[in-house]
Design a protein around this ligand. Structure first.
Ligand SMILES: [Zn+2]
Length: 256
């Protein structure tokens, strides 16, 4: 049989993919951090109890562990418990151990908690974290750093508000809010009329964390902060439900 091929027919167009909104947000934030002298460091998602908890001043059986609904993983190669990391803070002591300050480090990545899933909670979520270790670091450095990064990310000047809070790995500890980017602080349904949006936790690095990293007592100090990257991305792109991100729905993803 003779083959019939019409070379003049138009070809099939290949569809191009593009970066997921998370990747776009991570790239933008990484550029901002880098412009401020930070370096980007990565850490493992499957982590030991030591780096996820103990080195961060969460002793075994400490009640603060209850707040992080943890997935434990059997360790076939050793006795130490493994966990799916509950925060990106596992990178802190891992990095400090290998290095001598001054340190300016940021990290981005997936975290895992056994949360009930709803419009603002997923069991797999992303965090962005920054920490600095140096001499004479203060809370005002922390505020200025967070304000600069958030203002650059949202392309408008925001203010930072700190609430006293408790985290084992910082002392003092603060919850962070910043000016609502939807209403510029006037009050709207997104910020429930308050004019402020909560974004995560922060504080001065606890001396026990610096000790776990092997630093001499009293020689170094620093700050650390961790934000929900899902929330930042939702605010930036005006997405109303976190479940869209992993839905695989092309009608959603093609908008970005
Ligand atoms: Zn608002």
């Amino acid at each position: 049989m003779r083959e019939n091929c019409d070379v003049s027919l138009p070809g099939e167009k290949q569809a191009n993919g593009h970066l997921h909104p998370f990747s776009q947000a991570i790239n933008q934030l990484a550029d901002i951090f880098l412009s401020m002298g930070f370096e980007v460091v990565e850490g493992p998602e499957l982590e030991t109890d030591f780096y996820n908890f103990q080195s961060l001043n969460y002793p075994p059986f400490h009640p603060a562990r209850d707040m992080q609904d943890t997935y434990f993983v059997k360790n076939p190669h050793g006795k130490e418990n493994l966990v799916l990391r509950t925060h990106t803070s596992n990178v802190q002591v891992r990095t400090m151990e290998k290095r001598t300050p001054p340190l300016r480090v940021c990290t981005f990545g997936r975290c895992f908690r056994h949360d009930a899933i709803d419009a603002s909670h997923e069991q797999v979520f992303y965090q962005v974290e920054g920490f600095v270790v140096d001499k004479e670091i203060s809370v005002s450095n922390l505020i200025f750093t967070m304000k600069s990064i958030l203002s650059a990310f949202f392309e408008k000047e925001v203010e930072i508000r700190l609430h006293p809070s408790y985290f084992p790995f910082t002392e003092p500890s603060y919850e962070i809010s910043f000016t609502c980017v939807n209403c510029n602080g006037r009050g709207c349904s997104l910020c429930k009329g308050s004019g402020w949006l909560e974004i995560g936790g922060s504080g001065m690095i606890h001396p026990n964390v610096l000790k776990a990293a092997g630093y001499k007592e009293g020689e170094w100090q620093g700050f650390a902060f961790g934000w929900g990257l899902d929330r930042l991305t939702m605010l930036k792109y005006k997405i109303n439900d976190v479940r869209w991100f992993h839905s695989g729905d092309l009608r959603f993803i093609r908008q970005f």
